[in-house]
Structures are given as C-alpha cells and as structure tokens.
Design a protein around this ligand. Structure first.
Ligand SMILES: Nc1ncnc2c1ncn2[C@@H]1O[C@H](COP(=O)(O)OP(=O)(O)OP(=O)(O)O)[C@@H](O)[C@H]1O
Length: 622
C-alpha cells in the first residue's frame, strides 16, 4: 500500500502503520553481517556465562574453604574467579570492537539505498515532500535504526538469555525464592507493555518534529538573502523558536516517560532483592539454605538488575528504531512512477531528426482538481524553434517539464520522431534533451563538474565550445578556472553568470532537443545580445521549445504558440499573431519590453492568411 506523508500532520496520521513489520523488513541489511553477529552473540553469551559462573565459584569458596576453615582450595577457586573475570573483560572488548564496524556498514548500505531511491522518485514526489523531512529520514532516522540493529538487538538477545538462565539457576538454588524472582517478571511485563505503547507515539511525534525543524533550518539557509532583505529575521527566528520549543517539549516528555519507567524497572528487582535477603537469611538461619548458596543467590540476583534496568532503554531504542523504519519505508515504499517500460528504446543521437509532437496532451498535478494542460496539439519540426508564450501561471514550465519526462502526461502522448516518449529509455531521452530551467541550479562542486553533469565524458574542447556558445568564458577567469568550486546554488556567482553556465551545460553534447525556460531572463542587455547571437547558432541545429517572456527573445523563434487556459489558442509566426490575435497583442503589450517589437521574427511573413491545420503547423486561433 502506498502511504505518503509530506510533513503534513494529517498525512502523518495516515502514515502511522506497521512499525515493527517495517523494522523487520530491514533485516536484509543485517544479512552480510550475520556471521559477525553470531560471533558477537557467542562472545557476548560467553562473557555473560563467565560472569554468571563467578557467583557459583564464590558459593564453592564460602561453603568450602571458608565454612570449613580450610584454605586448601582457596587459591585455586580464587584463581578461577580471577580468570573468569579476565575472560569476561576480554570478551566484552572483542564484542565492542566488532560491533562498531558492522553497525556503520549497515547504516551506510541503507543510506545508499534510500538516496538512490530518492533519485528515482519523480519530481511530483519532491514537490510534495518537505526536504527537511527527507533530510531527517536519511540522517537521524538511519542512525537510530543503526543503533538498534547493532546494539539494541544484541542486548535484547543477550539480556533476555541472561535473565532466563539466571532465573533457572535461582529456581535450582532455591525453589520458593527462585519462583518469587520469576514472578517479579509479571509486573515487569506490564510496565514495559504500557511504556512501549506510549513511547511509540512520542517517538513518532518527535521524529516528525525533527524533520519540521530541519525543514525550517533548510528554508532559512536557502532563503537567507530574501529574508534579510525583507527584514523578516525576527519572524523566522520566532517561527523557529516555536518549532524548537515543540521539539524540546516532546523530547522532555519522552525523557520523563523513560525516567518514570526506568524508576519502576529499578524498583521491581530491588524490592524482590529485599524480600529475598530477608527470606533467604531466615532460610539460612533454619539451615535450609547454606551461606554459600545465599551469597550465590544474591550475587546472581544482582546480575538481573542490569538487564532489567536496560530493558527500558532497549524498548525505547526499539520503538524509536521502529518508527524510524516506518518513516524510512514511507520513502522506500513510494514507487518511482516514471520508469523505463519493458523493451524501452535507446535512440542514438545521430539517428534522431528531432520532430517533437504533442498529441492531445493533458496534464494534471497529483492532488490538483483541475488539469493545468488540456488537449495540447503541437508539432515542432526538426530544427525548428517554437516559442511558448502565455500569462504567468498558465502552464508553460509544466509543458516543458513533460518533454524530459520530469512529469508524466495524464492524457494523450508526446512523440519524438514518432516514438512515444514513454517507449524511450529515460537515460537515453534525457541525453537527447537539453534542459535549462528558469532557476539555474548549480551544485556545490567545480564549474567543470557542474557543466558535465549530463555529459560526463565531454572533452575539454566540447566544454570550451559550450562555454563560448553560452558566452560564459568568464568561467576560465575564475580563481581556479573550471576547477573553481561554486557554492551551493552557485551563490558566489551573479544571476546572469549562473544562467550562462546553466545554458552551457544545456548545450554541451549538442542535444537533439532543446527545452529552455526563459533562457535570457537574468542577462543584462549587452550579454543578452551576445547570448542571443550564440543561441541562434545552437538553435539552428536543434529542435527547440522555448518559454519566453520578452518579445526580444521571441526573435529567436520560427513560430510562437500562445498558451491560454491550459490550451494552445493560437500558433503561427510572431507577426501573424501580432496582427490577428488580440490576446497575443495584449499579452505582449503587458510586457515591459514591448515598446520595441523584435525586428526579425516580428517583421517576417505576411499578414494572417494561413489557415488552421490539424497538425498545429498553421495559424490556429481560438
Ligand atoms: N509542483 C506543482 N504542484 C502543483 N501545482 C503546480 C506545481 N507547479 C506548478 N503548479 C501550478 O500549475 C500552474 C502552471 O504553473 P507553471 O509553472 O507551469 O506556469 P508558468 O506558465 O510557467 O508560469 P510562469 O510564467 O510564472 O513561470 C500554476 O497554477 C501553478 O500553481
């Protein structure tokens, strides 16, 4: 069942599902370490056995050499007790040494899988999920799971075994007192059951709130400039304080729950110990129990205090791990919807002509009531450049995102040279399509790595050509040239520089199809003219779909399509639309640069005489 939680509390309620089952599902990450785990357990159990043997040796010492005032065996028994102590210490050391490496290995493998899965999930998933929630799942939740799978499970097995063995030994030493100790398990079970129930709810709440705080921090870090510019620091600080306070309160509540339970778990064995001491002393006085047996009984019983005390911690750890597993599985269980179909094709670049066709394409965002795009019929011929214009929010970027299949069409189909895009391999399609988004994202890596993101094998010459084409030669003048590491989102560069680098990245490898979202928006007039000239060259070789806002950029296009109300309402040459489509004229008139209509595209072609055609090639008016 697909359950999604995007940080919205209502969604989280739905997402609370089968935490223990989800934890169990992670057992495969333990598989490579099974042998190690078995050895660990053997070392742990042997260490515990050595520990348990000490009181039994002491019993022999008290009832033998001490009771009989005969030091004959004292040295041997004392030496044996000492040896057992040393063996126990060595085994504990070996266990801890082995434990740390396997634990980290498991966490790393799980983290790699979650990360890889996040990469496969579609844009719509990332639209809905808060990044802080994902961040907390891949960091703190995985650490919690690691702690449990490595330490929690181990101590659970070790402590339960110790408890059972010691109780059996106690019953064998003295039936009535032993049964009394065994009976004290009942209140322990009741206490732990109640604790587990309450702690589970608190853990889930706290882990979700950690995600909320991570989201707040991430948003603040990303929007630092805007926030400072608007003087919104205090408001955001107050919002953060509320989130942090809520997290703090949940943490305190959780801590108190654990403290109360730990106190009760302490009380039960200590009360039992008191009763045993009194009843045992009376039994020893009556001669029913030897002094050595009483000492051994009490020493063994003392060995139960640690496993019982740690029970609260282990259950808390198990609950946290179970909720963490639940949260991680929410991500892992989300199927990547945009995947290769069986038998998907890989088209070689040279075999692609670049005829892009939208056939009655419709698109609706998941969860939205109305479609953003409907009945889009559009054909872009090989080598042609089509500009998409429309009012803000009408769906231009959405339409572009359908080409590299960042979103999947909800109806109709898009074809490239007659192949439905869904029949092409995703990596092949994405190599054929060069995309530049409105917001040029650069990653925290070198300029070269940023440039070759989609084309890792690009040669220095190809990189140089792409940079020249995008008028981005400034990259060579950066302090370490192309090896200069640009900050997160390229913050150390200007908007125009980032846009030009993003453009160079897009044209690198000469993609068959170019999909550009307002490629000249962040450029000054001088650079715009240079980039426009360069773009004109690139566009000559590729089929291109451009979103443009400014009439000056429309000059790059052979034809223009007007998107209105989710439909293509007019398509044709700029001059034709300008002369015949009032909505187009009005739209351009609203643009700041509309005073001077472009010379090239605007002045070409006759007035509207082109009749509408079914394939969208002619002039279509609504
Ligand atoms: N991830 C999303 N989930 C849900 N709705 C979205 C999402 N992205 C965009 N929308 C909605 O889809 C509509 C079209 O958005 P889109 O970004 O495609 O418009 P646009 O024409 O490119 O706008 P602009 O010119 O301002 O860039 C808008 O109403 C927007 O609110």
């Amino acid at each position: 069942m697909l359950v999604e939680s995007d940080g919205d509390p209502a969604a989280r309620v739905a997402a609370r599902r089968r935490p223990v089952h989800n934890l169990w599902r992670l057992r495969r990450y333990l598989r490579p370490y099974v042998a190690e785990f078995v050895w660990l357990l053997i070392a742990g159990l042997a260490g515990t056995a050595a520990g348990i043997a000490v009181p039994l040796v002491v019993q022999r010492v008290v009832d033998g050499p001490v009771a009989r005032h005969d030091p004959g065996w004292l040295l041997q028994l004392g030496g044996l007790a000492l040896l057992l102590g040393v063996v126990e210490a060595v085994l504990i050391f070996i266990r801890r040494w082995v434990q740390s490496s396997s634990a980290v290995g498991m966490e790393a493998a799980l983290r790699a899988d979650v990360y890889a899965h996040l990469q496969r999930l579609p844009a719509s998933f990332h639209d809905r999920w808060q990044s802080g929630q994902l961040l907390s799942r891949i960091t703190s939740d995985l650490s919690v799971i690691r702690r449990f799978l490595s330490f929690g499970v181990f101590f659970l097995v070790l402590n339960l075994t110790t408890y059972l063995v010691v109780v059996v030994l106690l019953i064998r030493l003295h039936l009535a007192l032993g049964l009394l100790v065994a009976a004290s398990t009942v209140p322990l079970l009741l206490i732990t059951r109640r604790f587990a129930r309450h702690y589970h709810t608190a853990s889930r709440r706290m882990q979700d709130q950690q995600g909320d705080v991570a989201t707040l921090v991430e948003e603040t870090a990303q929007g630092l400039r805007t926030m400072k510019a608007y003087g919104r620091g205090p408001e955001l600080a107050a919002r953060f304080a509320v989130g942090a306070r809520t997290l703090h309160d949940t943490g305190v509540g959780k801590g108190r729950l654990l403290a109360n339970t730990a106190a009760l778990l302490d009380l039960v064995p200590n009360l039992t110990l008191g009763v045993v001491l009194v009843a045992g002393a009376a039994a020893a006085a009556r001669g029913v129990l030897s002094l050595g047996e009483l000492v051994a009984f009490v020493s063994l019983q003392l060995m139960l205090i640690w496993p019982v005390q740690t029970l609260g911690w282990i259950i808390a750890n198990a609950q946290e791990a179970a909720t963490a597993a639940d949260r991680v599985q929410e991500v892992l269980d989300t199927p990547p919807q945009i995947v290769d179909t069986p038998g998907a094709l890989a088209l070689p670049r040279d075999a692609v002509h670049g005829r892009l066709r939208f056939e009655r394409v419709a698109f609706r965002y998941p969860g939205a009531t109305a479609p953003v795009l409907r009945e889009i019929d559009l054909t872009i011929e090989p080598g042609e450049t089509l500009a998409l214009v429309g009012a803000t929010g009408c769906g231009k970027s959405t339409l572009l995102s359908l080409v590299p299949r960042l979103h999947e069409v909800s109806g109709g189909r898009i074809t490239l040279d007659g192949h439905d895009l869904r029949d092409l391999r995703l990596n092949s399609l994405r190599r054929l399509v060069g995309v530049a988004f409105e917001e040029p994202t650069l990653f925290s890596m070198s300029v070269r790595e940023n440039l070759t993101l989609g084309c890792p094998d690009a040669s220095d010459e190809e990189v140089r050509a792409a940079l020249a084409l995008a008028q981005a030669d400034f990259a060579y003048d950066l302090p370490w040239g192309l090896n200069t590491r640009v900050g997160e989102q390229g913050l150390s560069l200007s908007g125009g520089q980032r846009q030009r680098l993003a453009l160079a990245r897009t044209v690198l490898g000469r993609p068959a199809l170019l999909v550009l979202d307002d490629p000249l928006s962040a450029l000054d007039v001088h650079t715009e003219a240079l980039v426009e000239g360069a773009l004109r060259q690139v566009l000559r070789d590729s089929t291109a779909l451009l979103v443009v806002h400014r009439p000056s950029t429309i000059a790059l296009a052979d034809r223009v399509a007007l998107l209105d109300g989710g439909r293509i309402t007019a398509i044709g040459r700029h001059s034709e639309l300008l002369a015949t489509v009032p909505a187009y004229r009005a739209l351009l008139a609203a643009e700041p640069a509309s005073a001077g209509p472009p010379a090239s595209a605007g002045d070409i072609g006759p007035p509207p005489s082109v009749a509408p055609t079914s394939d969208g090639r002619g002039l279509v008016r609504s």
